[in-house]
Ligand binder design. Sequence first.
Ligand code: AP5
Ligand code: MG
Length: 218
Amino acid sequence: MNIILLGPPGAGKGTQASRLVESRGMVQLSTGDMLRAAVKAQTPIGLKAKAVMEAGELVSDEIVSGIIGEALDGLGAGTGVIFDGYPRTEAQAHSLDAILADRGRTLDHVIELDVDEDALVERITGRFTCASCGEGYHDSFKQPKVEGECDKCHGHEFKRRPDDNEETVRTRMAEYRAKTAPILPIYEARGIVSRVDGMADMDDVTAAIAAILDSSKS
Ligand code: AP5
Ligand code: MG
């Protein structure tokens, strides 16, 4: 099964994708995570992407579609994929069609996380992750069980994204409204879009997504 999680910054794409990885053995392909890894490793792509990401703007379609194609080539044919943060423009949506067709894959679901933008600013600016294993936390909604210690790997270092400040978040949201939301009709025309209330509790969002995925199995 191949699915897209679509929604503005902070909608919970990464949170829900990692739950699907744990519960269903699917693979999460997050262009944001891949670009951040490239920035950290100072690869040629990372060097190009760094300033664009820090400004909250979109990296070029060629770069992101290139890394998605490469990532898919590394996976077994039967592995289910969650696209998290890709596609984000009409050009990327068309590239994804070609990338999937070339590899004999089809798109099963586009799940839109429906959210309130103002509440998202609080979600994003409070977010932090374990520097060792990447487990996500939040100042108000999800603190580690033991203060200063990761629940998952027991690491003691945490980090925040450089683009998680209010000004950049507003730019990222404007980019979403202008360039990403307009791709929904492409998938609506195919009858594969489902909407989930992304403002509900995390577990309720997870359950709603599970119900959508399970409904297409039978
Ligand atoms: P990317 O990394 O994709 O960031 P984003 O889309 O802005 O989304 P986020 O990762 O911020 O949010 P999320 O939806 O994953 O939410 P999360 O689960 O963390 O992209 C970053 C940048 O890379 C872009 O700006 C661009 O420059 C570049 N880029 C990436 N892909 C690109 C592409 N395809 N084309 C061009 N450029 C690209 O949740 C947020 C917080 O809320 C967490 O703390 C979480 O714990 C909490 N939370 C989640 N769900 C709930 C809930 N239901 N209730 C309460 N809290 C919740
Ligand atoms: Mg994310």
